[in-house]
Every structure is written in C-alpha cells, then in structure tokens.
Design a protein around this ligand. Sequence first.
Ligand SMILES: C[S@@+](CC[C@H](N)C(=O)[O-])C[C@H]1O[C@@H](n2cnc3c(N)ncnc32)[C@H](O)[C@@H]1O
Length: 222
Amino acid sequence: MFGELFPEAVRYAELLADAGVKRGLIGPREVPRLWERHLLNCAVLSEVVPEGVTVCDVGSGAGLPGIPLALVRPDLKITLLEPLLRRTNFLQEVVELLGLDHVTVVRGRAEEVLGTLQPVQVVTARAVAPLDRLAGWGVPLLKPYGEMLALKGDTAEEEIAGARAALGKLGVVETEVLHVGEGVVDPLSTVVRVVVGESPGGVRFAAKRAKAARTGRTRRRR
Ligand SMILES: C[S@@+](CC[C@H](N)C(=O)[O-])C[C@H]1O[C@@H](n2cnc3c(N)ncnc32)[C@H](O)[C@@H]1O
C-alpha cells in the first residue's frame, strides 16, 4: 500500500504508538490495531481521491486520514486542519520528521478558517461529527464542483437520510456510499461521498466568500 514510503509509514506508526499515546492523541488500546484500523483504513481512501487535487483534512487529530493519504499520494496538496494546539504541534512534528513537503498544518476550526483558506477540491474527514454538522463545516471549504469524502461506519446510509435537508441547503447535488480497500482491509472502509454544485455551502456561504474575496482576506494560516 505505501510503496517506497513504507519506512515513513512505519515511522508514523511508531510516533503514534509512542508520542501519540503519551500526549493523549490516541488511546493505548489502539496500539495493537494501528495498521488495520488507522493507517490502512485511512490510506485506502486514496482509491477515490482524484489525481493532483488540493485536499483539506478537517479535524485531522493525530493525522487521520490526512497523513496516510499523504504517504500514498505525493501528487496531492494536503492541508491538515485541526483546532487543538497539542494536536497541531504533533502534526507539524510528523510532517517535518517524515519530510512531507506536500502537507501543510493549519490550526483552526473549519467554520472559522472559511475565507482564509484557499477553497479545495476535496475535503476529507474521519470521526469528526455527524454528517449534517460535518457537511456544514466541510462543504463551504470546497471549490465549486468539489467533493467531501467522509470515512464513516455502518450508519452511513442513515446519516445521509437524516442529513438530506441540510445537504440540500449547502448546495450538495449528489451523495453516495462507497466501499474501498478490497484486498487491503477487512471489513472494507465506508466512505460517504458528497458532491457540490457551483455554490458550495449554498447562498449564505457564497455571500461570505464573496465578502472575503473583496476584503482580500484569503491567506494561509500556519
Ligand atoms: C474524534 S477526533 C478524530 C481525529 C481524526 N480525524 C481521527 O480519525 O482519528 C475529532 C477531531 O476533530 C477536531 N474538530 C472538532 N471540531 C472541529 C471543527 N469545527 N473544525 C475542525 N476540526 C474540528 C477535534 O479537535 C478532534 O481532533
């Protein structure tokens, strides 16, 4: 799965198992299942991420799914977005230690960085919030016709059904449930794919984005 960057993947697993646990970023019970439930489960998301796009991993935590995705896809430009300082410090260390030049760490909440982050083609997320709330944070960060890929559990279909009205207001034009990781993970990873039309986030966010563009607030925060 990780090809030439397998040594970096091993290093990341070691960092999660050591500093990640000591600094409370990952539970000690996760250590024996780091590869299957975390690194591989997240890396297989790459199957559905288009070539050469910009990605924002919302609520990256200890770097999941953003870091495994970055390890298998050097063609992507990935922003790891995370509000908690303890976590962004860890993420910055991982990015530097693994030499991931195509990854940037940004501290902030999705709803607060809107207008300061360049819109992206793809938003990824795992275990951040129920779909309706997650979409409210992630979808406005997208470029027109972009997509959000959320790793979800067995409740994916139910979450889509419950979020349908909220998704419609956010300018979502298509939703589907995908299963990825054939031959790599068992069970397969479940991904909710949410595609937006020309106005990501709907009318309310179009106005907010236009205002940010007028006042020149589009800048990157580290
Ligand atoms: C349960 S953790 C999951 C972390 C990681 N994605 C994973 O799968 O291990 C949820 C993360 O979302 C972050 N978060 C919560 N609200 C957020 C928001 N509004 N914008 C961005 N990140 C947020 C939290 O700080 C936390 O790191």
